[in-house]
Design a protein around this ligand. Structure first.
Ligand SMILES: Nc1ncnc2c1ncn2[C@@H]1O[C@H](COP(=O)(O)OP(=O)(O)OP(=O)(O)O)[C@@H](O)[C@H]1O
Length: 298
C-alpha cells in the first residue's frame, strides 16, 4: 500500500510545555486512521503541523512521499475547527466562495455533487445561520471534499453534536472512506474511533503509546468483569498479582485486564489462593475503552 503520510520524530513546545515529544506515525492509502488521546495529548498540534498551520520545532513529515512543501497539501481536505461560513449566504453561495479561493473548475457540478453527498441538497437554498450544528458540520465536510482530495483530515468531527448528528457524520465519513479516500481523524471519543477507524495511534502527553490496527489493539488482552463481597479487598489483592491489572470500577464490580492465555479458572484460583472469593467472573465485552485505559494507565 502506498504511503500517504510519514512523520518522523515531530517535536513541538509551547514555551516550557512539550506538547509533542518526537511523534512518528505512518498512514497508508485507504486507512481510516484515528489519532486517539485524552485532552491535551497533542492531537490538534499534530494536525496543525501536518496542515502547515503550526510550525514544528523538530522532526519532519512527508505527504504522499513528496516531503512537506505547501503544494503537497492541495490533495488534502481538512476540517480543523468549528465550521465558519457566511451566516447570511446559502450553502451554494458559501461553497462558491470556497471554490473561488481554491481556484476550482466546474464549480456548479462540484457543488451539486458534494451537497448531495452530505445530504444537504434539499437545504441548498437555506442560509447557513438557519442550519443545525450537524448540518453546519456536514457543510464543512462538503467544503473539505469540494476539490475531491484523496485525503481528508478531521479534528473532532462530531464535537458538540447530538446522537443523531454523530451517527450522520459517522456514516458520511464511512461512505467517503468507501470511495477509496484516506481519512485521518483526531478524537478523544473512544467509541467514535472504535466505530470508524481501521488503524489507531494512541497519544499521551505528546508521545505515541501505541500504533496498530484496531483489531490488533482489541485482541491483545482480555478484559474480565469480576466482583466479590468486599470489593476494596479485591482491589488490594489484585495489586499483589502481577498477571492482573485493575482497569476501572464498574459498580458493583470492577474491570481487570489479563493476558489472553490465562484462563478464567486460573484467575479464580489465583484470587482464592489469596483468600478472595469471587461472586462474579465474566468476560467483559472487549472494547477500545478498556484497552485505551489499560494503555494510558501503564
Ligand atoms: N497555542 C498554544 N499555546 C500554549 N499551549 C498550547 C497551545 N496549543 C496547545 N497547547 C498545549 O499543548 C498541549 C497539547 O494540546 P493539543 O491541543 O495539541 O492537544 P489535543 O490532544 O488536541 O487536546 P484537545 O482534545 O483538548 O484539543 C496541551 O497541554 C495544550 O494546553
Amino acid at each position: 500500500m502506498n504511503d500517504i503520510l510519514i512523520t518522523k520524530s515531530l517535536h513541538k513546545s509551547y514555551k516550557k510545555l512539550n506538547a509533542l515529544k518526537g511523534l512518528s506515525i505512518s498512514v497508508k492509502q485507504g486507512q481510516i486512521y484515528g489519532l486517539l488521546g485524552p485532552n491535551g495529548s497533542g492531537k490538534t498540534t499534530t494536525l496543525g503541523i501536518l496542515l502547515g498551520v503550526i510550525k514544528a520545532d523538530g522532526g519532519s513529515f512527508s505527504w504522499f512521499g513528496k516531503g512537506q512543501r505547501d503544494e503537497n497539501r492541495s490533495n488534502i481536505g481538512a476540517l480543523l475547527e468549528t465550521p465558519n461560513f457566511y451566516p447570511y449566504l446559502n450553502a451554494i453561495d458559501n461553497l462558491k466562495i470556497v471554490a473561488a479561493i481554491k481556484s476550482l473548475d466546474n464549480t456548479s457540478q462540484r457543488i451539486e455533487k458534494v451537497l448531495k453527498r452530505v445530504d444537504l441538497w434539499k437545504r441548498k437554498d437555506a442560509t447557513f445561520k438557519t442550519y443545525s450544528l450537524g448540518m453546519k458540520q456536514r457543510l464543512a465536510i462538503a467544503s473539505a471534499i469540494l476539490a475531491d482530495p484523496d485525503v481528508l483530515v478531521l479534528d473532532e468531527p462530531t464535537n458538540g453534536l447530538d446522537p443523531q448528528g454523530i451517527a450522520e457524520i459517522r456514516s458520511l465519513i464511512l461512505d467517503i472512506a468507501a470511495e477509496g479516500k484516506t481519512i485521518i481523524i483526531a478524537s478523544h471519543i473512544l467509541d467514535e474511533i472504535e466505530k470508524m477507524c481501521t488503524h489507531v495511534a494512541i497519544l499521551k502527553d505528546g508521545e505515541l503509546i501505541r500504533e496498530a490496527t484496531l483489531d490488533e489493539i482489541m485482541i491483545q488482552d482480555k478484559v474480565l468483569c469480576i466482583g466479590s463481597d468486599n470489593i476494596e479487598e479485591l482491589k488490594l489483592t489484585i495489586e499483589e498479582i502481577p498477571e492482573l491489572k485493575f482497569l476501572k470500577d464498574l459498580a458493583p464490580n470492577i474491570l481487570v485486564s489479563v493476558d489472553g492465555e490465562i484462563s478464567n479458572a486460573m484467575v479464580n484460583k489465583m484470587l482464592a489462593e489469596k483468600g478472595v472469593y469471587l461472586n462474579t467472573l465474566m468476560l467483559h465485552k472487549k472494547n477500545l475503552e478498556s484497552t485505551f485505559l489499560e494503555i494510558i494507565n501503564k
